[in-house]
Design a protein around this ligand. Sequence first.
Ligand code: 13P
Ligand code: SF4
Length: 331
Amino acid sequence: MQAIAQLRRMLTESRKSLYDRINRLKKEKNVVVLAHYYMSPELQLSTAEGGCADFLGDSLGLSLEAQKTNAENIMFCGVRFMAETALIVSPDKKVFMPDVSSGCSLASSISAKDIIELRKKYPGLPVMGYINTYAETKAELDICCTSRNAVSIAGSLDSDKIIFVPDIFMGQNLKEAISKKYNKDLILWNGTCEVHEQFRNETMNVSDDADVEMLMHWEVPGDTAREQLKIRKGVVGSTGDILNYVKNSNAKKFYLASECDLGESLKKSNADKEFITPCIKCPYMKQNTLEKLLASLESIGTDTEDQYRITLDAHIIERARIPVLKMLQFN
Ligand code: 13P
Ligand code: SF4
């Protein structure tokens, strides 16, 4: 563990001049840097730790930070739908990314037209959409949710049947939780997260050690969560649920069935615990790098800023704000 900490320190020092340039530009151009837990370790590092992130969080935490920031500019280190959400909640700010082309297999699995068709097929049913959707799709939703508030939002809706899009696996897991807690049912769409769908019972090979506890994001297949929780202790839930579970558990060994770099935050705050993971990385999240972050900051206020800036039509922002602001009341 000490060797890892030392290695981390050496790596940070070798990047010091890059961090210095980034932090200078942040001040000069009045920028707040928001980073998701799935960023590479060097982008997760806070300014206090010698890095450049002002806030590290899950999709809900970062949306709330974007809403309340006083900074003129937001630099979003995450994926595009998250940066779009930042603009939706703070339309008077400029939102930038290190790489605006960073997608998401869930967000690209559903369009605004698909929601319109679903409404025709199931008239009168509320449509709850995961934050992992693009702004045009959000504009057609009744309410948005993140992994952290999906259960309470479903519980709050005045209907026994809810359309949930686009993650079929998260939907399977939510369905179980929601039917137990509220006796409600979900109608699902067929999207999947290309990272979490890889956690299959047949291939996971957890450990022979029966004391290993499971940390599974909602986005893993429903039968993975069901089968694993029959044989081991653990949690299926949001990134926030995973972090809380580890903090409150007496176990010493965990299997992480989520994005590999979430392990970085888990290790940092639980140095006495061990995390096993096949280390599956989200290729879209990893499109963000320190070098691209620097280039994006340099562009702000120049004629190349459009390359790094997130823009949306005003009428889409106006319509997408309704389901997103409803969601932010559940935190
Ligand atoms: P969180 O809502 O837990 O941050 O998850 C976002 C995501 O993209 C998970 O794959
Ligand atoms: Fe999308 Fe999955 Fe990557 Fe999250 S981990 S951004 S859901 S592809």
